[in-house]
Design a binder for this molecule. Structure first.
Ligand SMILES: [Zn+2]
Ligand SMILES: [Zn+2]
Length: 386
């Protein structure tokens, strides 16, 4: 089953005609359905026949690390955010750095390495690897294994971020407990040979710890110190701790909120949903029902960045324009329509895209910087000036 899935995955990368694409999409769906059925049956049988019962095991070291990280971020927010000795526009920087590093995950380990939805030349792959390391969300190889597992066994015990275990678990709780045995056993069956064949991925994995120290911690701190003149300690809090916590929550919302709240207009049989707030927080990854229906589409959305808020797609298109990327895969409109008719919902599709592009971008920009607007307001109320 695993080999057949990976064969389909490879086939779909090179198919040309609509008929071929449609055939492959249908085949993918039937394989995914079988996988999910088998997964559920296997889980039931291990409980019923072998007497196996999964018990949650909390990893206290990770719990304390998460609490400490968030306490430091709150302290930094109060220290910098509400202190008007820090110039008001400097407060943009942690968020901008968070979003730049997130591109390494979204356009890199997600759309490029996990889904092969487009191809990138060496300079772009190196650039995306640098940003992905800066985001500190596991190296590309491990990230792709977890993400392919997430797609193959969505919302089952084999899914690392199984949303059926609740919002907190799928958001960040999964990092604080031992993995479910199904995640470990099914994870070993995921084919990652294409990911490993990239020397950029192998280089990152080999030197991951020194690269993280340099790209996640030292360079952002020094860059902030050089540009603003603030102390290295202040810069570590602002450019590393606050930036890191923001980027983690932006990414985690895709696994939690986008699997629990929103429209299922392409396939109502699956949990992933179209969630506008997740779209804005994650720069275009919240079209999640579509993404699980057509995971090989480079836009991770039915539309491009000109039709709806999708900064990551705009970035990939810019890279194509610069000659750094090529071979973008896009689902054909006819295939999408057929999928909506077969498994989706026309009415929620109409409602979701009803407001139009301008409103979408305005809402996206306002909500992206909503917490900064709150911060400036508080600064004004406390200090009498921005
Ligand atoms: Zn998902
Ligand atoms: Zn994906």
């Amino acid at each position: 089953m695993v080999n057949s899935t990976s064969n389909i995955h490879c086939e779909q990368l090179f198919c040309d005609s609509d008929d071929q694409k449609e055939f492959i999409v249908e085949k993918m769906n039937s394989i995914e359905d079988n996988n999910n059925d088998n997964d559920n049956k296997q889980h039931e049988s291990t409980n019923d026949c072998n007497g196996y019962v999964y018990r949650r095991q909390i990893v206290w070291r990770n719990v304390f690390a998460m609490i400490l990280l968030h306490l430091l971020a709150v302290y930094a927010y109060i220290y910098f955010g509400l202190d008007n000795r820090i110039t008001w526009y400097v407060l943009f920087w942690p968020d901008i750095l968070a979003r730049i590093s997130a591109l390494g995950v979204l356009a890199g380990s997600h759309r490029l390495w996990s889904h092969r939805s487009y191809r990138a030349r060496l300079p772009l792959r190196i650039f995306l690897m640098i940003l992905q390391t800066m985001a500190l969300q596991n190296d590309i190889y491990d990230w792709c294994r977890d993400h392919r597992l997430h797609h193959k066994h969505s919302d089952t015990n084999s899914d690392p971020y199984n949303a059926r275990r609740g919002f907190f678990f799928s958001h960040m709780g999964w990092l604080m407990v031992r993995k479910h045995p199904d995640v470990i056993s099914k994870g070993k069956t995921i084919d990652l040979s294409d990911v490993w064949s990239d020397p950029v991925v192998r280089f990152q994995r080999r030197f991951y710890i020194p690269l993280v120290l340099l790209l996640w911690g030292i360079l952002p701190t020094y860059f902030c110190h050089y540009v603003t003149g603030y102390t290295m300690v202040d810069c570590f809090f602002g450019a590393v701790i606050v930036r890191y916590v923001l980027s983690l929550h932006y990414a985690w919302l895709v696994n939690s909120a986008a699997h629990l709240y929103g429209y299922r207009m392409y396939d109502q049989s699956m949990e992933p949903r179209e969630n506008r707030m997740v779209v804005y927080a994650s720069m275009g990854e919240g079209y999640h029902n579509y993404h699980h229906a057509f995971p090989w589409d480079y836009s991770a959305s039915e539309h491009g960045w000109l039709e709806c808020f999708n900064i990551t797609t705009a970035f990939i298109d810019l890279c194509v324009w610069l000659g750094l990327a090529y071979d973008r895969k896009k689902a054909d409109k006819k295939i999408i329509q057929k999928r909506i008719e077969r498994t989706g919902d026309h009415e929620s599709h109409r409602k979701y895209f009803g407001p139009g592009t301008l409103v979408d971008y305005l809402l996206g920009i306002i909500s992206s910087y909503g917490f900064l607007i709150v911060t400036w307001t508080l600064r004004y109320l406390i200090n009498g000036k921005l």
